[in-house]
Design a protein around this ligand. Structure first.
Ligand SMILES: [Zn+2]
Ligand SMILES: [Zn+2]
Length: 394
């Protein structure tokens, strides 16, 4: 039996166990940076496979899996473990038992899949060369991103892996399909908070006030021109304000207005320029109109660059594993992922695993109360990542 056939048969044989692990994680979700029981579960599973993990970044884990010639080359595989503050609406036997918390982004799938991959790789450890570093990270959904803590605490050291691979469920892609994108793939995401300060008063006597509602309106319109007049039109970027609070009334001008939004970009230099411009424009517009604007920017994840060579190689490995008909190119997205932190350190590639099944009614998007996956995806994802790792190390 070839190694590829061997991996496929192990993925098949472990399939019900992988699904069981996924269902356990799905029923017991934990919020970002609180993944204590999740980490304990992952640790116990790894130990039961014969793999010894180490705790990193409080609720994260790393583990090392040696093949033959372990010093030859090291690569890293990554899964995220946190859930979201969403009340699950699915009526399934493994529905969340932690009310108001839900694995609505498929991190239960990524974690159980990497456990399945670890079990397969452990089983065939005398049939590949080099070392695999398993990274189970906390806090993907919340700034500053668990990946940044994992890197800070040494997840990419001793030795530094030659590359890192990560996957994410994709409800737009039918189960069985795997999506890849070379180069720029996902955006940086920064939170922008503006406090526009004026002077409140009677709605019928605006001459006695400094109206922060009008100032805020000018700022929102003007800042859109940072995108339309300053950004390189060949590079996607977005500025969205989704929240405005001005607690006046029909006849009351309030003292202040608070605005909150998100800024996305695909280029670190532009990101820094744009953030500086946003701050300067907001402050000077408010000042010019007699008020003040306090600008607070919470920097989020950097942009995600899929290393082209690595992506081409794992895509070719995927074509061998699932057939080239099932390997598709996917478009960029202005969504953000903290996997991007790894991509700033070593060659990285983040691919998408199809989880949609219209016939079974599984179509909901991630971050919704009805999100779910076709679990057939897990049988594919475990073996596929093992095959990619083996090929990368060859
Ligand atoms: Zn998410
Ligand atoms: Zn996610």
């Amino acid at each position: 039996m070839s190694l590829l056939e061997k991996i496929k048969s192990l993925a098949e044989a472990y399939s019900s166990q992988t699904i069981e692990m996924r269902r356990h994680l799905h029923a017991n979700p934990e919020l970002s940076y609180q993944e204590f029981n999740t980490a304990k579960f992952v640790s116990e599973k790894l130990c039961s496979f014969g793999i010894e993990p180490t705790v990193l970044a409080t609720t994260g884990l790393v583990a090392t899996l040696h093949g033959k010639n372990p010093g030859k080359k090291t690569i890293a595989l990554r899964a995220d473990m946190d859930a979201l503050p969403i009340l699950e609406a699915n009526d399934v036997p493994y529905k969340s038992k932690n009310e108001g918390v839900m694995h609505a982004c498929g991190h239960d799938v990524h974690t159980s899949s990497l456990l399945g991959t670890a079990k397969i790789l452990h089983e065939i450890r005398d049939q590949f060369e080099g070392t695999v570093r398993l990274i189970f990270q906390p806090g993907e959904e919340k700034n500053p991103g668990g990946a940044s803590y994992m890197i800070r605490d040494g997840a990419l050291k001793n030795p530094e892996p030659a590359s890192i691979i990560g996957q994410h469920v994709f409800p737009l892609l039918p189960v069985g399909k795997i999506g890849f994108r070379e180069g720029m793939y996902m955006a940086s995401a920064d939170e922008i908070y503006l406090k526009v300060i004026g002077k409140g008063g009677h709605g019928a006597a605006p001459d006695l006030t400094i109206d922060p509602i009008v100032i805020a309106s000018h700022i929102i319109i003007a800042l859109q021109q940072v995108i339309s007049r300053n950004a390189n039109p060949r590079q996607p970027t977005v500025l969205t304000f989704g929240n405005i609070i001005g607690k006046g009334a029909t006849n009351i001008i309030p003292d202040e207005v608070n605005i909150a939004g998100t800024f996305r970009a695909m280029n670190e230099e532009w990101r820094n320029n744009a953030l500086a411009k946003i701050k300067k424009m907001a402050e000077s517009i408010a000042e010019g109109m007699g008020g003040k604007c306090e600008v607070n920017i919470s920097r989020g994840y950097p942009y995600l660059e899929n290393n082209p060579e690595l992506t081409r190689r794992i895509k070719a490995a995927a074509a061998e594993y699932v057939g080239s008909d099932n390997v598709v190119d996917i478009d960029i997205t202005l969504g953000a992922e903290d996997f991007s932190y790894y991509s700033q350190v070593i060659p990285a590639s983040f691919y998408r695993i199809g989880t949609r099944n219209e016939a079974k009614g599984i179509t909901s998007y991630v971050h919704t109360p009805t999100f779910n996956i076709d679990e057939d995806a897990l049988t594919i994802s475990t073996g596929l990542m093992a095959w990619m790792a083996v090929k990368e190390l060859a």
